[in-house]
Design a protein around this ligand. Structure first.
Ligand SMILES: NC(=O)c1ccc[n+]([C@@H]2O[C@H](COP(=O)([O-])OP(=O)(O)OC[C@H]3O[C@@H](n4cnc5c(N)ncnc54)[C@H](O)[C@@H]3O)[C@@H](O)[C@H]2O)c1
Length: 455
């Protein structure tokens, strides 16, 4: 109880602190340049899934000053690691224990993809806000289930493609919105991850066994099969648990595209790929290239887990006046030298016709057959990013919890990028181009129907 005798609930506690956040000068969607810390009211998180990403996120949560009240995972080794980071942290194999905890304001879900939706929906129904690692869902129908529950419960979802909180993305936004590269008609996204870790051939801990891993729970709704440590620790390699290159990597690139181009869904996608090098019993491709049409522009997405470490993740926005190149750590603006003169074709005309044309077009700048316009006022610009965005993304989520405004990567946004990623997978798996009907949430194939429930 406070001095006025009013009971302090989590909700009114948070509402009353909105002003404090505003006073701290924090703005939704604006990343901070330094290693950020949460300065608002205390926020308590339950972490569900503490493998590679979950452990990293636990460090980020503690690093920004959040409280991690309880950690859930299905492998004892990961739970032991969580307790190394924060001694005596309560741990469990059953995520429902996390949802039952009253002091937990929000959950951070970093499980394998096939568990995201179920846990997120149950968490929202239990009154928790949700930070869900990308890709938001395992299938297209699941994405719309999540949207429905978030809207119905008023619980917030922040999807974890932290590139939206990177300063480099916001610098690109400034330049794009300013018209610095004109109108964008084409975008090229690339991601390359050579080597076994890049190809998700992760090492398996020596104590992996049905004793240390809750295999039955892990399978969930996936087809039943005997214990297989590879399918647990390398889940991305199978459609039953993961979403392939598209759900793992396209989603980072397409999040930037959707955010900066202000679109929610592609209109169509056609994908090609295959398993060229990593030929164990995995069933997702190691090369996956997709061409998307968004109506007013196209996006080519090139990705493989084999070769070419030419900068890792790159998104190139091609406008009619310049190009913006986004990497994980920088943004570059490359204005074009505008070679807009008729000089070159006029060289093939006899002199009298050429002079006649120039005289007739003396007020037309294109008729100038002199040297190309160097456009000296259009300089190359370069912006260097500090940090990698995740802590800012967490802070953006915390600001949303406090203000009850939507975070930067809300459930509707996450649904759009999830649909785009699943379209690439379904096109690849069904061997046909696919078309998205945004009004009816329906996917059709150029050769007939497609299975929207495929990962
Ligand atoms: N945003 C990013 O940059 C980023 C980076 C890496 C991973 N991720 C995402 O994070 C998620 C996890 O990836 P990872 O690399 O940490 O995988 P991982 O295999 O290392 O960890 C997944 C963990 O989830 C646990 N888990 C599975 N089902 C569970 C359940 N029902 N209840 C509790 N725990 C469960 C497993 O025990 C495992 O420890 C994936 O969705 C991945 O796409 C995001």
């Amino acid at each position: 109880m406070n001095k006025q005798g009013r009971q302090i609930t989590r909700r009114n506690f948070i509402q009353s602190s909105i002003a404090a956040a505003a006073a701290a000068g924090v703005t939704l969607g604006a990343p901070t340049p330094q290693s950020p810390r949460w300065t608002g009211q205390p926020i308590t998180i339950g972490l569900i899934g503490c493998g590679i990403r979950g452990i990293e996120q636990m460090q980020n949560l503690l690093g920004v000053g959040a409280k991690v009240a309880i950690v859930c995972d299905l492998y004892d080794g990961h739970l032991r690691r969580a307790q190394e980071l924060q001694p005596n942290t309560p741990v469990t194999r059953d995520y429902r224990e996390v949802l039952e905890r009253k002091e937990v304001d929000a959950v951070l879900i970093a499980t394998s993809d096939h568990w995201h939706t179920r846990i997120a929906i149950e968490a929202m129904q239990a009154g928790k806000d949700v930070y869900c690692e990308k890709p938001m869902t395992h299938t297209i129908p699941e994405a719309f289930e999540m949207v429905k529950v978030s809207h119905a419960t008023g619980r917030l979802v922040q999807v974890g493609s932290q590139s939206l909180s990177m300063q480099s993305t916001h610098k690109a936004k400034e330049w794009l919105d300013n018209g610095d590269i004109g109108t964008v008609y084409a975008i090229q996204c690339e991601i390359y991850r050579p080597g076994p870790v890049g190809a998700w051939e992760y090492p398996i801990p020596p104590d992996a066994s049905p004793k240390t891993i809750d295999w039955e729970r892990y399978l969930g709704d996936a087809p039943k099969r005997p214990f297989d440590a590879a399918r647990f620790f390398r889940f991305r390699n199978w459609w039953d648990y993961g979403t392939g290159i598209s759900g793992d990597e396209y989603v980072h690139l397409l999040s930037r595209v959707h955010y900066l181009m202000k679109v929610q869904y592609p209109v169509s996608a056609v994908a090609y790929g295959g398993l060229y090098k990593w030929k164990s019993d995995r069933d997702v491709p190691d090369i996956h290239n997709t061409l998307y049409d968004y109506g007013k522009f196209q996006v080519a997405t090139l990705a493989n887990l084999i070769c070419n470490y030419d900068g890792g993740e790159i998104v190139r926005f091609f406008g009619d006046r310049g190009t913006i190149v986004l990497t994980e750590s920088s943004t570059t603006l490359l204005p074009y030298d505008l070679e807009w003169t008729y000089g070159y074709p006029l060289e093939a005309w006899p002199r009298d016709l050429k002079n006649q044309f120039i005289a007739q077009h003396k007020n037309d700048p294109l008729a100038d057959i002199g040297t190309y316009d160097e456009q000296p006022h259009r300089q190359k610009k370069f912006f260097k990013q500090t940090g990698e965005g995740t802590k800012d993304h967490i802070l953006n989520f915390f600001q949303a919890i406090q203000s009850r405004q939507q975070p930067i990567e809300d459930v509707d946004f996450g649904c759009g990028t999830a649909v785009a990623c699943h379209m690439a997978n379904i096109s690849y798996r069904e061997k046909q181009g696919v078309y998205w009907d945004a009004d009816h949430h329906l996917l059709t194939g150029e050769k007939g129907s497609v299975d929207m429930n495929l990962a």
